[in-house]
Design a binder for this molecule. Structure first.
Ligand SMILES: Nc1nc2c(ncn2[C@@H]2O[C@H](COP(=O)(O)OP(=O)(O)OP(=O)(O)O)[C@@H](O)[C@H]2O)c(=O)[nH]1
Length: 190
């Protein structure tokens, strides 16, 4: 499930992942909730992701609350060009702790990193906040596609490992995987 303030790019991130395209131009806010499916091949196993795109606007919050309980994973987004969306992350985390399952997979994403001129939230700020709350973090761009597939793939890997629980396989460490892969993508210094 994708959550975060209105306008941070949740729908665009999902469209980029699903269709490999970017919705440029007019911003059409999500009404209530929407979903799309995508099947990923994770280490030879087909993982079907049903991804719920929620409305960030306050007036739809009660609709969103009802869906938290069934979510296996949450991608919490802020917009690096919008300080308020970053400042609101703590409120989102409070909401998540209140409504989501205790063991929900959670990842923090700072989106719109292509907008370098407009950036107001430094990568270090996102990293610091994520560390404070013990959640994996990466910066993304729905516009260029940076780290979009990686974010969903990391979630799919974690969910696959959780559901299969093969004793022969070493435990999957989402944090380590994200750190290693982000470094490998060449977007950010280690
Ligand atoms: N430059 C840039 N713009 C983006 C990016 N992602 C989204 N946008 C723009 O940000 C605006 C909002 O994007 P949406 O994906 O609709 O935002 P949302 O979070 O789904 O908003 P709600 O449905 O209201 O919750 C649109 O004008 C997009 O074109 C990105 O990675 N880079």
């Amino acid at each position: 499930m994708l959550v975060g303030d209105s306008g941070v790019g949740k729908t665009c991130l999902l469209v980029r992942f699903k269709d490999g395209a970017f919705l440029a131009g007019t911003f059409i806010s999500t009404v209530g909730i929407d979903f799309r499916n995508k099947v990923l091949n994770v280490d030879g196993v087909k993982v079907k992701l049903q991804i719920w795109d929620t409305a960030g606007q306050e007036r739809f919050r009660s609709v969103t609350h009802a869906y938290y309980r069934d979510a296996h994973a949450l991608l919490l987004l802020y917009d690096v060009t919008n300080r308020a969306s970053f400042d609101n992350i703590q409120a989102w985390l409070t909401e998540i702790h209140e409504y989501a399952q205790k063991d929900v997979v959670l990842m923090l994403l700072g989106n719109k990193v292509d907008s370098t001129q407009e950036r107001v939230v430094k990568r270090e700020d996102g990293e610091k906040l994520a560390k404070e709350y013990g959640v994996p973090f990466m910066e993304t761009s729905a516009k260029t596609g940076l780290n979009v597939d990686l974010a969903f793939k990391a979630i799919a890997k974690e969910l696959k490992h959780r559901s299969m629980k093969l004793p022969s396989e070493p435990k999957f460490k989402l944090h380590d995987y994200v750190k290693r892969e982000v470094r490998g993508s060449g977007c950010c210094r280690p």
